[in-house]
Design a protein around this ligand. Structure first.
Ligand code: SF4
Length: 313
């Protein structure tokens, strides 16, 4: 599995060259909306999951192969929690030596109470942590964090990081119908966000297959209400209109698995990326990969998605 992937179209970061520094679903949260399924391994351990030099070599190769202007951001993101990689600070600085592209880190923020994690992130141009709840009850219901993690820790970590960090802090809020989209919960979230003072608040919906089948996206009305209550910093982030491109790859099956490892896709969107293939040829490829035990269909809200086979739904 490649650690450096893409570029892929991102909702906020244009064409983003991704760095996925931890193995599939290595995380300290087990979010009900996680598009990659339930967490395993569930861990707090920070270590060098992938050798840092190996990641850097892959990045150098990827940058050398791309035409100028093909990438807008280099983004640490992927199939687990990025800050669990103990060499994240070294890696961010190494990327900045290699390229002038801005660097973003997507993280759940659960380890920001650790001074070393905050130091590791200082060189990034943008950090995107999550905050879906302002009560311990909702934190445990939505994010299902590791038993030793508590909400006050998460909030204090975010506040401390804001005080130390001069880059862009964009807090992500995932809005789930009937769970955290009510008036009182949004007012509590708004008060918590005021104490953090991020540059932006990004409102997201669980549009890809959630780990738990009962998770539904908040309604358009709830989304608008959230934007109003969370104030001038809040932006509604629509799902990207950009498409993954597969037909140009020499090994379409491997490219497809690479994408599905981080981004499960609706079947109809997936078949649309195979622009040089007929629908029958695309369906045959999916069937073959399923028979080989490499990908799986996932049904949510009456729609069919595809994910890699390791995903636990
Ligand atoms: S959404 Fe992110 S933080 Fe939540 S379980 Fe999935 S990988 Fe972990």
């Amino acid at each position: 599995m490649k650690t450096v992937f893409g570029p892929v179209p991102s909702r906020r970061l244009g064409n983003s060259l991704g760095i996925d520094p931890v193995p599939f679903k290595t995380c300290n949260w087990n979010c009900v909306y996680c598009q990659l399924g339930r967490t395993s391994p569930f861990t707090l351990e920070r270590r060098e999951y992938v050798p840092r030099v190996q990641i850097l070599e892959q990045l150098q190769e990827a940058i050398a192969a791309l035409p100028p202007g093909a990438v807008d951001w280099v983004t640490f993101v992927g199939s687990g929690e990025t800050t669990l990689h103990s060499e994240l600070g070294w890696l961010i600085n190494a990327v900045k030596q290699e390229t002038e592209l801005p660097v973003a880190v997507i993280t759940n923020g659960a380890l920001l109470h650790l001074p070393q994690v905050r130091r590791d992130l200082l060189a990034a141009d943008a950090v995107l942590p999550s905050l879906d709840a302002a009560s311990e009850r909702l934190y445990r219901k939505i994010n299902r964090p590791h038993a030793s993690l508590r909400l006050p820790q998460l909030l204090q970590g975010l506040r401390d990081f804001r005080a130390e960090y001069g880059g862009q802090l964009w807090v992500e809020v995932m809005l789930i119908k009937g769970i955290n989209d009510g008036l009182r919960d949004l007012q509590a979230l708004s008060a918590a966000l005021e104490t953090i003072s991020p540059d932006e608040v990004h409102l997201l919906l669980p549009t890809r297959p959630p780990a738990e089948p009962w998770v539904e996206p908040a309604s358009e009305e709830a989304l608008q209400r959230a934007q109003f209550l969370l104030g001038r910093r809040a932006r509604i982030i629509a799902e990207t209109g950009g498409a993954f491109s597969l037909s140009g790859d020499s090994d379409v099956a491997e490219a497809l698995i690479d994408i599905l490892t981080r981004h499960p896709m609706r079947e109809k969107d997936l078949l649309a990326t195979l622009t040089k293939w007929t629908a029958e040829e695309g369906a045959a490829l999916l069937g073959r990969l399923q028979d080989q035990g490499r990908i799986q269909p996932v049904s949510r809200r009456g729609e069919r998605f595809w994910s890699i086979a390791q995903g636990r739904y």
